[in-house]
Structure formats: C-alpha cells, structure tokens
Design a protein around this ligand. Structure first.
Ligand code: C2E
Ligand code: MG
Ligand code: MG
Length: 574
C-alpha cells in the first residue's frame, strides 16, 4: 500500500492526467486523483475537499493556468502547486512562481518531477505546521487560557472597533466592569480548581446574557469586562446590569453542590463618560468600586458626578493638611461587649474630623486620602496618643479598666520607627501594653516587607494585642493567621449584616469563629445591630460583639457616662 495522496490535476487532456496518475503510483503513492479543466469544475473540486498536491497545466484551450493558480491560492495558501506543462518560456515561468506556484516542470520530465513533488510535500507540511503554531500563538495572545474568553488585548481591540463604529453612526457604547464579590473566599475555602470552575461558569453565563455582537472578556482574576456595542440608549446598559445581578441570583453548581456568588458591576458609556477605550475602562472600574462601596451585589453608572468627587477629594486632601494643626480631629469610642461576662471588654477609638464647613466627616471619606499622601502617619500617631491617654484617664477617674483598640493603617508599617513610637506613647500615657489593642487589616500581613513582619513580632512581644480587622473582605487566608501572632479577629460587618437569614453569611461566620477558636484566636463581630444577629453570634460562640445594638461610637464624655453605668451589671443581652 502506497502513501495516500489526494492530487488535483488541472489539465485538458485525460491521457496526460492518467499518465501522471500512473507515475505517482509507480513512485509509491496511492493517488486519489481528479482532473478538472474549467473554472466551474475547479471551484467544485476545491469546495469538495482538501488537496495534498496540485499539478496544473499552464496553457489549456479554455482555461488559463494563471487563473487556476489564483483560484487555488485564494482558498488555500499552503497546498503545493506545480506547473506541469509544455514549454512556457522563462518569463511566464518566473511570473508563475511569483504568483505562488512552487515549481515548474516540463511535461514528460518525470525524472525531475519526482524530487520536486517530494520536496514540496515536505515543505507544505512545514508551512502548515508553522501556520498552525502561529494561529495558536495569535489565539493565546488574545484569549484567556482558562475561560477561552478574549483577554485585555482583544477586549481593547474590540472596544476600539465598537467606538469607531459608534462615532460614525452616532451610537452609544457601554463598557461594563464586573467583579465577583468575595471570590477569594470560594477560592481559599474550596480550592483553586473549584475557583477556576466558577470563573468558567461565570464566563459562560455572562456570554449568554449579551448579544452576539457584544464582547465578554476576562481581564484578570475575577474581573470580567463587557463591550456593549451599538446601543440605542443608556437604559439598555442598566437593563443589562440588572440582568447580570438577576442571573447571578441563581446557583453555580460546583462539585455537585450549589454555590452563590454575587457581583458588583460598574458601567461607563461612550460618549458621555469618555471618548476612548482607556478612559471608559477606567471609569467603568471606578463605578464598579462605587458599587462595592454601596454594599456589593449592585450596579452603578460612572456618570460625570464622579469627577466632581475626585475634585472634592483633592480639596479635602489639602484641607486635611491643616486638620491636625487646627485641632479639628477627634475620637469617638464604641464599646465591644464580652458575651461571656456581658461586660465591656474594650472600646474602639474611631477617628472623626470636625471640618469647619462640612461638619463631622467620617473616616471612610478622609482616611484613604490621608493614606495616599502619607498624612496618616502623623494622624495615626495622634490617634494613638489621644486614645491611650483617654483610656488611662477613664481608669484614673474610677471607671473599670478596659482595653482600647486603635486602628492602624498598612501605610504606617512602612515607617521604621513605628514600634518605638507606639512603645513611647504607652510609656507616656502610663497605659499597660496589655490594655492596647491594635487593629490591622490583612493587607498588613500580606506586606512582604521585613519591616512590617518584624514590627508585628515586636508589638506582640511587648504584650500588645493584635486584632485582624474586617476579616473576610480581603485575602481571608488561614495560613496567614497561623503564621502571625494575631490574638483577635474581627468578622467584617458585611457578613454580620446578613445574619442570621442569609445562609452563606451564616456559614461563613460560623466557619470563621470555629476556625479562629481552633487557632486560639478570639473573635469579635462588628456591626451587630439586631437581637437576632446577637443571638446567632452568641450561639456560635463568638467572644465579643460591637455595634449599634449596644452603642454607636460616641464622644469621650458620653462614653465615660456609658462606661460608668456599665460598671454595674452589663446591659441585658439575652
Ligand atoms: P473599622 O475599623 O472596621 O470600624 C468599624 C466601623 O463600623 C466604624 O465606622 C463604626 O462606626 C462602624 N459601625 C460600628 N457598629 C456598626 C453597626 O452596628 N452598623 C454599622 N452599619 N456600622 C457600624 P467608622 O467610624 O466610620 O470607621 C470606618 C473605618 O475607618 C474603620 O473601620 C477604620 O478602618 C477606619 N478608621 C477609623 N478610625 C481610624 C484611625 O484612627 N486610623 C485609621 N487608620 N483608620 C481608621
Ligand atoms: Mg477597626
Ligand atoms: Mg472593621
């Protein structure tokens, strides 16, 4: 049995074709050949199948060799095409090679034809493999390997294309930024394979929600972006935002179990929110963050008002420079109730800014700005001094001794003399180290700097308690808990908020408490507002609770009064 070979012979002579067929057989091939000699028959043959080799006459009475070559090249650039013809002259031969023929062999010169065919079959194979590799590379360069969706490069490309169309036709283009809420938890608790599975399902589901002309891309991690091309009005985008939220209301099956995950969606529209791809993407991203801030599981439009917000931020940042100087900062205190005893275990010092025009400004509004400029370093030291002095003053005033909790920014850990500064404050205030609790967020633990790591160790050695704040919202990595000397862990109020009705929140809270206890870490639930939440946390063995249910953060004199009343038996919490 010879090597199978599909050969298309373009020749007006059946005899010549048969001769070629016979020769190929003699050379050890198993040729399955067909002969064509017109535009129609060639078109039909090219549509019918792929050919390994084409042997074509150059001059036929009713069909031109160059025309046939052009037709073949149009549908297949790789198949070897060899002219087998009578004398065609040097000029025509050169022309034929230029137009994409591999070689030219005189009819009857079989001695030369065989090596030419062998060589060209080999080269065609190489060409095809190279092309496939190139196509694969081009695909990889434009797609996300996990979900098969377009990646950032292709996304920008498609967005730019949509913008060009929209400019011409005066249409609206929407860019949606979709970020999964608390994806990290699924990833960490169920493993990466489950996380990957979820991401794939999210990709498929988003794809199913948009029209075929729209693009769904995965930018990175749990960030997906959509190009909503050619929209009639902005309401279409709102409708899609809602559709995404509704769709995510349905479960995601993973390993035979059902999981729920919500998403936060930010939307920016061309032309109102930006003219180019980069601006639109950035603004959709900002809008997504606003959706997160607004409590997740929602969508937000960018809208120009956010620019005003940015301008305001700048003004606020400038005003903040003088806040310390003009003594505009103050602290409010919020109790943490120890559930076992019912007494006040500690108070958290929460920063406030009495702005001359804006009134009382809350930290979420200005602490991030102070972190950006580094002002949080002196401000943070001021908070520490004030809080420690106050705590000691209460005690000296005859109140029961409680611990004072102070929030530290990750930014403060970049300071070389942070630990020395803290120890000095303790000494000056006369407050024992055990009575100070420092609240840090996971981002501090994630900082790889030796400085941060060493600082945490030294603080703990000095006897200061370290509390991991807002647990569950960041990396939520258990391995960090094991490695760091954390004594308390605060369950983020976003979980507490959904207790006890929400199954996911309940499962997460229960798991955090159980896991913390196994690591000998005490748990605090923040944002407790209702009796039901309290009951749930008590049943699960949570150690401390903090929230409006007991008390809002209050100014020092008011807190002192509260403290003195609570020195008697603790308020009824059962
Ligand atoms: P945090 O440390 O997680 O503080 C808890 C926040 O939850 C406080 O908001 C508190 O008022 C609020 N909260 C307490 N109970 C409830 C409740 O029952 N329901 C609701 N909805 N909220 C409750 P606040 O005072 O606005 O502080 C916000 C954040 O600002 C703090 O979050 C903390 O990260 C930061 N912060 C506050 N003071 C300082 C500070 O001195 N330094 C630094 N670096 N950050 C601070
Ligand atoms: Mg805190
Ligand atoms: Mg917190």
């Amino acid at each position: 049995m010879g090597t199978p070979l599909h050969v298309l012979i373009i020749d007006d002579s059946e005899d010549d074709a048969m001769l070629l067929g016979r020769q190929l057989r003699q050379w050890g091939y198993e040729p399955d050949w067909a002969r064509v000699d017109s535009v129609a028959s060639l078109t039909e043959a090219l549509e019918r199948r792929h050919w390994d080799l084409i042997l074509g006459d150059y001059s036929m009475p009713s069909f031109s060799g160059t025309r046939a070559l052009a037709m073949v090249r149009e549908c297949d650039p790789d198949t070897p095409y060899i002219f087998v013809s009578g004398t065609i002259g040097e000029q025509a031969a050169v022309e034929a090679m230029r137009s994409g023929a591999q070689d030219y062999v005189m009819k009857g010169d079989f001695k030369r034809l065989l090596p030419v065919i062998e060589r060209e079959l080999r080269e065609a194979l190489t060409r095809r493999e190279r092309r496939r590799a190139e196509e694969r590379l081009a695909y990889l360069a434009h797609h996300d390997a996990l979900t098969g969706l377009p990646n950032r490069v292709l996304f920008i490309d498609r967005l730019e294309q949509a913008l060009r169309d929209a400019r011409r036709r005066q249409r609206i283009v929407g860019v949606a930024f979709v970020d999964l809420d608390r994806f990290k938890i699924i990833n960490d608790s169920l493993g990466h394979a489950a996380g990957d599975d979820l991401l794939k399902q999210v990709g498929t589901r988003l794809r199913a929600l948009v029209r075929s002309g729209d693009t769904v891309a995965r930018l990175s991690g749990d960030e997906f972006t959509l190009v909503l091309a050619d929209m009639g009005n902005a309401e279409d985008a709102a409708w899609l935002g809602q559709k995404i939220l509704d769709d995510f209301g349905g479960p995601f099956p993973i390993d035979g179990r059902e999981f729920y995950i919500s998403a936060s969606v930010g939307i920016a529209l061309y032309p109102v929110d930006g003219e180019d791809a980069e601006a639109l993407l950035r603004h959709a991203d900002m809008a997504m963050y606003r959706a997160k801030e607004a409590g997740r599981n929602g969508y937000q439009f960018y809208a120009a008002e956010m620019m005003t917000r940015a301008a305001n931020n700048l003004a606020l940042q400038n005003a903040l420079r003088s806040a310390l100087l003009f003594e505009e900062l103050l602290l409010h205190y919020q109790p943490m109730i120890e559930l076992a005893s019912g007494g006040i275990g500690a108070a958290e010092a929460l920063l406030r800014w009495q702005h001359p025009e804006l009134g009382l400004v809350l930290p979420d509004r200005f602490v991030p700005l102070a972190e950006e400029t580094g002002q949080i370093v002196p401000i943070g030291m001021w908070v520490l001094q004030r809080a420690c002095a106050q705590c000691r003053a209460w005690e000296l005033g005859g109140m029961p001794p409680i611990r004072i909790a102070v929030n530290l920014s990750a930014r403060q850990f970049a300071e070389k003399n942070l630990v020395a500064g803290i120890l000095q404050v303790l000494e000056q205030s006369g407050l024992p180290a055990e009575r100070l609790e420092l609240e840090i967020t996971e981002s501090v633990l994630m900082q790889d700097t030796d400085n941060a790591q060493a600082a945490l160790g030294k603080l703990r050695d000095a006897g200061i308690c370290l509390t991991l704040d807002d647990f569950g919202t960041g990396y939520s990595s258990l391995s960090y808990l094991k490695r760091f000397p954390v004594s308390h862990l605060k369950i983020d109020r976003s979980f507490v908020h959904d207790l006890p009705g929400d199954g996911d929140a309940a499962a997460i809270a229960t798991a955090i408490i159980a896991m913390a206890h196994r690591l000998h870490i005490r748990t605090i639930a923040e944002g407790v507002e209702t009796r039901e939440q309290l009951q749930f946390l008590r049943d699960e063995g949570c150690d401390f609770v903090q929230g409006y249910y007991y008390s809002r953060p209050q100014p020092d004199e008011q807190f002192a009064r509260y403290l003195s009343t609570c020195a008697k038996p603790a308020p009824d919490v059962s």
